[in-house]
Design a protein around this ligand. Structure first.
Ligand SMILES: *Cc1c(COP(=O)(O)O)cnc(C)c1O
Length: 225
């Protein structure tokens, strides 16, 4: 059995039913993606617009692509025709641009609100007050071409499992607060995207509905991304 197939099968046995696996294929070649595809994997995550664009035309059309990295507003228009979910919405400005571009082709784009839960300076995302303030504006309520499906977050890259667990607990509490305050009647607001290769077990214990896993499936990446 090929390593990717083996890794994927092993991983699937660790992920409970009801938790979605996003295979993070950034920096990995198209043939690796195809191998995971041939094992039944259909959802792939990439963090760069240019990389998704160059890979997607070489791969089957029924792949669901998720953007999981910081998105510049000038790149949004290239993703809108095909992207399944933008997990990394980290500003109101970006959400408005996604809505605007999606409205041009009459699409509704699934989005997650990325929260800043780590202690590292480099991670993007909202805090709870910013999201509350955004949701309460009339402009937010008028956005018809984005669908807010939940939240996403990345824990600190660390060996300190207590810290990681607490960061995931924070994300779950943000999700619950938003759900009860604004999305009770909304059947789409359901996802808590948290957990990567190093911390997905903790994330699942803390209520993750979607894990984003790269290196455990495809092997280590050459450089940090
Ligand atoms: C790279 C990346 C992942 C996956 O990382 P691994 O440690 O390889 O599993 C998950 N989420 C985001 C946002 C990423 O950029």
């Amino acid at each position: 059995m090929s390593p990717i197939k083996q890794n994927l099968n092993q991983l699937k046995s660790l992920i409970p039913e009801g938790v979605t696996l996003v295979a993070v294929s950034k920096t990995k070649p198209v043939i690796d993606i195809l191998e995971a595809y041939n094992c039944g994997q259909r959802i792939f995550g990439e963090n760069r617009t240019q990389e998704i664009l160059s890979k997607k035309d070489l791969l089957p059309g029924d792949i669901n692509w998720h953007l999981i990295g910081h998105l510049q507003t000038n790149k949004v228009k290239y993703l809108i025709p095909f992207i399944s979910m933008i997990q990394s919405v980290d500003s109101f400005k970006l959400l408005k641009v996604i809505n605007h571009e999606a409205s041009k082709i009459d699409r509704i784009v699934d989005c997650l609100l990325q929260f800043y839960i780590a202690t590292e300076e480099t991670k993007f995302g909202f805090d709870l007050e910013e999201v509350r303030a955004m949701i309460e504006t009339d402009e937010f309520k008028s956005l018809k071409n984005v669908r807010i499906c939940g939240v996403m977050g990345m824990a600190t890259y660390s060996d300190n499992t207590d810290q990681i667990r607490n960061e995931f607990k924070s994300l779950l509490s943000y999700f619950r607060e938003l759900k009860s305050a604004y999305f009770v009647e909304n059947k789409y607001f359901n996802e808590i995207s948290m957990g990567m290769s190093g911390d997905f077990r903790i994330a699942i214990e803390e209520g993750s509905t979607m894990v984003r896993i790269g290196s455990v499936i495809f092997g280590e990446r050459q450089k940090l991304n």
